[in-house]
Design a protein around this ligand. Structure first.
Ligand SMILES: [Zn+2]
Length: 372
């Protein structure tokens, strides 16, 4: 994900923002400074409204982050690693390294986010009832925090996949039917229903109430709709790849290269003659690294003839799968680390590699031949 900027880490989880989030920051600051604060707290200066608007928009960021952290930290205690959290225009996404293995685990991971938001909302709501002057910025911020956290909790509880409420629904269906695929299907259809409902509501608002608010609802609806559809396809694909083993796709006679070979030799004999973009580097049958087209770019062309492959190859991290692993595991590694291929470690021996292109080719072939 090159469109994401990494900000910092909390409990080992990388926190990043997607560039679309910057548009949300501007939009929310503007709405808060021009509409929300002036109509609820009249009589402040316009500078004050803008300061409050920007603080308010940043607090949406913090509220979404706390919500996502709740998901991530609970996932970690349940044994599912979380590598990163990304905030984008419509909220946040915790990038779990794998799907939860049992319905009960998915249920807890899903419900804890909205629960955290609702509890926070309730706490801020309670604080507004303390002795705070209701015309002050402090009161305005606390009251606003209670509202956005309650909204965040309620919106995410809508029972359409991939929203949290949809995950709760899916875990219940999964638990009662025993089929993750069937549960995902139903929960995504409900998700698409909510998507269409938001679009209809948005169009109505655009025409007869407030164009901008209507546009926003339509946008959320479109997003819900398309992500429900994408999630369903992704789960179906994972199910299919989950039953195919790496060894069924691996090429036994794949070329490997010795670390002492020169870069020039590798370019001439491997990359020019074969279609791949990477080659496993092996010594005495053992895997020692991987050399890719990107690695070659590290040295000038004049030096190719005198530079051994071991000088440019990648030695760590090496992402490997075993021949007995399924393709889903390979694809998850490829996606998670944004690499083009994984090495196949055949009980410590050099077993070749499996590329993203190999998996895509298999999917295309299966689709063309109608193989399920
Ligand atoms: Zn959530």
């Amino acid at each position: 994900m090159k469109s994401t900027f990494k900000l910092f880490r909390i409990a080992g989880i990388a926190i990043g923002i997607h560039y679309t989030w910057l548009f949300a920051l501007i939009f929310f600051s503007w709405t808060l400074a021009m509409v929300y604060f002036p109509s609820n707290y009249p009589g402040w200066s316009s500078l004050m409204y803008w300061i409050m608007g920007i603080i308010g928009a940043l607090l949406i960021f913090v509220s979404v982050l706390v919500h996502e952290l709740a998901h991530s930290l609970v996932s970690k205690t349940r044994g599912t690693q979380v590598s990163s959290i990304t905030l984008f225009i419509l909220g946040g996404a915790s990038n779990l390294d794998e799907e939860p293995e049992r319905p009960a685990v998915e249920f807890i991971i899903a419900i804890v986010g909205p629960a955290t938001s609702l509890i926070l909302g309730a706490i801020f709501f309670a604080i507004t009832h303390f002795n705070i002057d209701p015309t002050t910025p402090l009161y305005a911020i606390i009251s606003y925090l209670s509202i956005i956290n309650i909204y965040l909790g309620i919106f995410n509880l809508l029972p359409g996949f991939p929203l949290d409420g949809g995950r709760v629904l899916r875990s219940l269906l999964w638990g009662s039917t025993g089929s993750l695929a069937k549960a995902t299907d139903i929960a995504s259809i409900v998700g698409q229903f909510f998507g269409w409902a938001f679009i209809a509501l948005g169009v109505y608002l655009m025409i007869s109430v407030n164009f901008i608010a209507g546009l926003w609802f339509t946008f959320i609806g479109w997003f819900l709709n398309s992500s429900a559809d994408a999630s369903r396809k992704e789960v179906a694909l994972r199910e299919r790849l989950g039953i195919i083993k790496v060894k069924e796709l691996m090429n036994e006679n794949v070329a490997t290269i010795n670390p002492e070979t020169t870069v020039q030799n590798m370019v001439t004999n491997i990359f020019r003659k074969q279609h791949g973009r990477a080659v496993p580097v092996c010594k005495d049958g053992k895997m020692v690294g991987i050399a890719t087209i990107s690695d070659i770019k590290k040295v000038k062309q004049e030096k190719w003839a005198t530079t051994p492959v071991k000088k440019i190859m990648t030695t760590k991290p090496l992402y490997t799968v075993a021949p007995e692993d399924n393709l889903n595991k390979a694809l998850l590694l490829i996606a998670k680390y944004d690499v083009n291929q994984v090495l196949i470690n055949n009980q410590g021996k050099c077993g070749g590699l499996l590329s993203r292109a190999d998996v895509i080719r298999l999917i295309q072939m299966n689709t063309e031949l109608g193989i399920k």
